[in-house]
Design a protein around this ligand. Structure first.
Ligand code: NA7
Length: 541
């Protein structure tokens, strides 16, 4: 055990363990946050609900789950040794490998002794006199720390629509984000998938080949684009390792933390033939290139967006044999990229199979779940298995579902009732020393998550060096940040769709852009500037 472990005071049963810092969540952010705080010499404990590390990559173990980011851009960049030791097997790595990677990281950096698994943080209460947070784990065990860091992810609070009769179903139900560790045998089974977001789009083509019959219940078709995955050959592996400094420089410069960058021309100022040639070229490339390497104005100009959207619609139509089914799969009610673009492998071809049926629930809404299956307005379908690929209460859900109480007993849930209230996405006024270590920029997750964890660790180091006990944003700085973030959001087409980006996938959730619609470099520059100016906009005491 290192020095940091010796600083904790753990006495007998019922006692409250004391730490300098507590981290919640052992996903991509939480593991790195723990590493950085350990480096500072703090006594730290990380509490994790699951029985292992991985966060998103622990829970989402449904068939087909994988990165939509190029693997070489997803791994941590902080350790050269790690970069050189780890071989990515696929260009877009799958869940089992990603979970192995995060376990490798936990072992390599000796993080495991500082993690308590099977430990759900149920509440966190700020003690104003002592300037300490007291948390409850599994509604019983207690622990206290000066700093509390919520590394709870942006897509971790799963959402199942409250369908009537949901408990009455006699078959097996799964939510994709709580998939069992044991392999599910679909052989000969009648299976339903509800939802056609990025998750379902990964899942459907895999299980379509295994099930007896698959029925997909779709509410909104998406603009799905080919992933074009493949194995990483030894030569490419060597190239990744030799060029990591360049790769990392690049992904810190581009708007969204990928190697792709927008074409600076306005789409419609480029002659049609040239434009279409570029669309074809982008379409043939792997990953998000067709989104993030496209003309810069597709996310702001309705006309530019529609031009590319129609190109994508025709790509969909060309792949689905039955024109009636094809038309159901073609999105027409929202701009391209206003919802997260799912990347796919043989998704549309799944609908050409005899054992796959598409049900459009806009035409025939789901009325209830029955003991035998799903009843829509025009039929009852019988199933052995129902899979809910119905998404998440994104960003705010993981925080507002916890009972967090700050100064004056105010609850986090109340403060965030109208949408996220933060300064820089990092802290909320009235909740001193409570940091949110999630990436809420429009940014390849780990790229900005690493930055956020470093920012938090640097801030804590600064406080200790200067002798400050607490930090919290001023209400004015928080308000100005929210106004600025909303203003940026209003310049995009993002509010044209119902999506988890806007919180509008959850009935009753207040619509607000949950991510920060600036470029990732601009976000990081702002956070760095604030720190350089002695944490401008924050109150330190
Ligand atoms: P998403 O993208 O939020 O997709 C959820 C899907 O579930 C979507 O197709 C929804 O339709 C559908 N849904 C939700 N509620 C219902 C009801 N009541 N009836 C029918 N269909 C419903 O979640 P994912 O898990 O696919 O992806 C989340 C992110 O994880 C993804 O963006 C990646 O970043 C990784 P809707 O579109 O709302 O009409």
């Amino acid at each position: 055990m290192g020095d940091s472990e010796q600083q904790t005071t753990a006495t007998g049963p019922g006692s409250i363990e004391q730490f300098d810092a507590i981290v919640i969540g052992a996903g991509v952010s939480g593991l790195y946050q723990l590493y950085r705080l350990k480096q500072l010499g703090l006594s730290v404990r990380l509490y994790e609900d699951a029985s292992g590390v991985g966060g998103t990559w622990y829970w989402n173990r449904y068939p087909g789950c994988r990165f939509d980011s190029e693997s070489e851009t997803y791994g941590y960049s902080f350790s050269e040794e790690l970069l050189h030791e780890w071989d990515w097997k696929e260009h877009f790595s799958g869940q089992p490998e990603n979970e192995r990677y995060l376990n490798y990281v936990a072992d390599k950096f000796d993080l495991r002794p500082y993690i308590q698994f099977n430990s759900r943080v149920t509440s966190a209460v700020y003690d104003e006199k002592e300037h300490r947070w007291e948390i409850r784990i599994n509604n019983s065990q207690r622990a206290r720390a000066q700093f509390l860091v919520a590394a709870v992810g942006i897509l971790s609070a799963d959402y199942t629509p409250p369908f009537e009769g949901i408990e009455s179903f006699k078959g097996i139900s799964y939510h994709t984000s709580k998939w069992p560790k044991e392999q599910v045998d679909f052989t000969g089974k009648r299976v339903a998938v509800i939802g056609t977001g990025a998750t379902a789009v990964q899942l459907i083509p895999i299980i379509a080949k295994e099930v007896g019959h698959l029925t997909v219940f779709q509410r909104t078709p998406n603009y799905c684009a080919p992933l074009r995955n493949g194995l990483v050959d030894p030569e490419t592996q060597r190239r990744f390792k030799a060029t990591y400094p360049e790769i990392h420089k690049r992904i810190r410069e581009t708007p969204a933390g990928f190697t792709h960058d927008f074409d600076p021309r306005n789409a419609l100022e480029v002659p049609r033939e040239e434009r279409l040639a570029l669309y074809e070229e982008l379409w043939a490339q792997p990953g998000f290139k067709k989104w993030l390497g496209n003309f810069h104005d597709i996310m702001t100009s309705r006309e530019a967006n529609e031009d590319f959207a129609e190109f994508v619609r025709n790509k969909i139509r060309a792949r689905v044999k039955d024109p009636v089914v094809a038309e159901k799969l073609v999105p027409k009610d929202h701009p391209f990229g206003s919802k997260r673009i799912p990347l796919e492998t043989n998704y549309y071809e799944a609908y050409n199979r005899d054992n796959v049926l598409l049900v459009d629930v806009r035409e025939t809404p789901i009325e209830r779940i029955t003991p035998k299956g799903i009843k829509t307005s025009d039929a009852e379908y019988e199933f052995d298995v129902i899979i809910y690929a119905t998404g998440f209460d994104a960003v705010s859900g993981a925080l507002t579902r916890m009972d967090i109480r700050g100064e004056g007993g105010q609850t986090f849930k109340d403060r965030w009732a109208d949408g996220p209230r933060t300064y820089l996405g990092l802290q909320t006024a009235g909740f001193p020393n409570f940091f949110i270590a999630v990436n809420t920029a429009f940014c390849n997750y780990p790229v900005c998550a690493e930055f956020v964890c470093e920012w938090i660790a640097d801030c804590i180091r600064y406080m200790r060096e200067k002798g400050f006990a607490t930090i919290a944003p001023t209400p004015q700085a928080e308000e100005a940040w929210i106004e600025h973030a909303n203003e940026l959001a209003s310049r995009t087409l993002l509010s044209d769709a119902k999506s988890w980006f806007m919180g509008s996938n959850i009935p009753g959730k207040k619509r607000a852009l949950l991510l920060y619609a600036n470029t990732a470099p601009a976000y990081r520059a702002k956070c760095t500037e604030v720190a350089t100016k002695g944490y401008e906009g924050f109150e330190l005491e």
